[in-house]
Ligand binder design. Sequence first.
Ligand code: G3P
Length: 218
Amino acid sequence: MKFFIDSADIEAITEFTKSGMVDGVTTNPSIIAKSGRDFKDVIKEICSITSGPVSAEVTATNAEGMIEEGLVLSKIAKNVAIKVPLTWAGLEACKALSDKKIMINVTLCFSATQALLAAKAGATFISPFIGRLDDIGEDGMDLIRDIKTIYDNYPMLKTEILAASVRNIEHVKKAALYGADIATLPPQVVSELANHPLTDKGLKAFLDDWNDSGQKIL
Ligand code: G3P
């Protein structure tokens, strides 16, 4: 399973990239606004840190505008993936831009039939929003399972399932169990992934015993 970082926090992206765990980055207009930086500058900088896909989202709401913005954003770097919303205009832009061999991430997906449309439009990635479905009392993970089943029924569909709106480690585990290709994670969730109280307890015990032994490796 691939991990993307869902953030424009350069420090966090740089730090996690050192571990070799970062396969790409996703952003959205809210994340960019929060960064307080120029959109194109920040995407360019992220693209220089990771060679994986970096999602940059259009903000036009009609297909023509999305295509125009997508073409501009795609010129920032070779690894930019254009993010379009799951609307008919977004699907039209997805088809037009993917025909030009530009990577497309179709975002704001909340149903399996939406995911089917995105795949038919040539999306590179489909982003089902897990946490936001949980927020309204549904189980976001059911959507991952449904999309996986549908895509597996039609092997000609090459779209990768990118679990988004991931809020916790349980989401990451279930996304992996149900076969999502990628999960995009906020930095805080990435930090928590390697944590376990028994790891901390065990390490402390090992180091205490080692220190008592008086030995040194170097
Ligand atoms: O990947 C989409 C993500 O940025 C949205 O997450 O937590 O705002 O629902 P959230």
